[in-house]
Design a protein around this ligand. Structure first.
Ligand code: NAI
Length: 295
């Protein structure tokens, strides 16, 4: 297997001042990438800002002989996304790789989920991915090359109590990926999803210490580096990673039942077992393929 090498590649990593993003930045720089280390430097709930998080990671990369610049833009703003992509182009001439990783948490049960907490989380995760990906995508299309990774979560793809805002945003990123994989294919732009579980400040008080210690951040990075590599030509994958375990999740569709007349609700109920069966499921890579399988 040829070594995964990022020499000559420019990577923009959002939220790279800490946790997972920091590790991606350091490891990609070690393998030759020029890295834009973006981080707003706020608290876990998104309040406040500081330049020190991004600066520290850039220092670390430079000390190890790598190349990186800091960026403090707020990805939840469209102007922040534009400015981040622009700063990469100004400094390094292009963007080859984008990892949408910045994130905040504001957990509450749905009953207590006020609009402010709903909006804040969707604005950083989902709108944030739109804000940065759109200018990057336009640029990558012109260059005919791009590797984009979205950061989703099993909280959205599978569900997690008390995370309605976060789960909705994270599942939204999977939907965004389903569309962008199609729109990017012609231009050699791949768009994939990482679903990590790792011990960071985001999870330090939501999981038991023993579990936190086992979920080391470094276990996520190799999968992300694969998805960002030139060798990885696949697109639209959701890759799970934690504690040395790697797998693919996907939206699969059961065989279902086809009526040759307009069925009553009772007729559907009678066949409920078949309607909801997930035996021998199929993967459809787009909605047209799915419609064509029946019509
Ligand atoms: P973290 O809190 O250590 O890192 C997130 C970084 O994003 C922080 O440094 C923060 O300052 C930055 N950030 C927040 N809002 C920003 C904004 N508006 N603009 C720019 N930067 C901003 O958390 P962690 O765990 O490293 O999370 C990274 C990503 O992985 C997040 O998207 C998170 O939702 C996701 N994730 C993490 C999991 C875990 O188990 N740690 C599980 C599933 C998903």
């Amino acid at each position: 297997m040829a070594k995964i090498d990022f020499t000559g590649r420019v990577a923009v990593i959002t939220g790279a001042g800490a946790g997972l993003g920091r590790d991606y930045a350091i490891e990609m720089a070690k393998r030759g990438a020029k890295v834009v280390v973006n981080d707003l430097g706020g608290a876990r709930d998104g309040v406040g800002s500081s330049e020190s998080a991004a600066n520290k990671v850039v220092e670390e990369i430079k000390k190890a002989g790598g190349e990186a610049i800091p960026n403090y833009d707020d990805v939840s703003k469209a102007s922040g996304g534009e400015s981040l992509v622009q700063s990469a182009i100004e400094k390094f001439g292009k963007v080859d790789i984008l990892i949408n990783n910045a994130g905040i948490l504001r957990d509450k049960t749905f009953i207590k989920m006020e609009e402010e907490n709903w909006d804040a989380v969707l604005n950083v995760h989902l709108k944030g991915a739109y804000n940065v990906t759109r200018p990057a995508f336009i640029h990558m299309r012109e260059k005919g090359y791009g590797r984009i990774v979205m950061t989703s979560s099993v909280s959205g793809v599978m569900g997690n109590f008390g995370q309605a805002n976060y789960g909705a945003a994270k599942m939204g990123l999977a939907g965004l990926t389903n569309v962008l994989k199609l729109e990017g294919a012609k231009y050699n732009i791949t768009v994939n999803v990482i679903l990590p579980s790792a011990g960071t400040r985001m999870t330090e008080d939501v999981m038991p210490k023993e579990m936190f210690d086992r979920l080391r951040v470094e276990y996520i990075t190799p999968a992300v580096l694969c998805l960002c590599s030139e060798q990885c030509k696949e697109t639209g994958l959701y890759i799970n990673a934690y504690a040395g375990y790697f797998s693919r999740s996907a939206v699969m569709t059961g065989p279902g039942v086809k009526f040759d007349h307009l069925p009553t609700p009772e007729e559907i109920m009678e066949k409920w077992g078949q309607v909801t069966s997930l035996e021998n499921p199929k993967f459809f890579s787009n909605s047209t393929e799915f419609m064509a399988s029946v019509l």
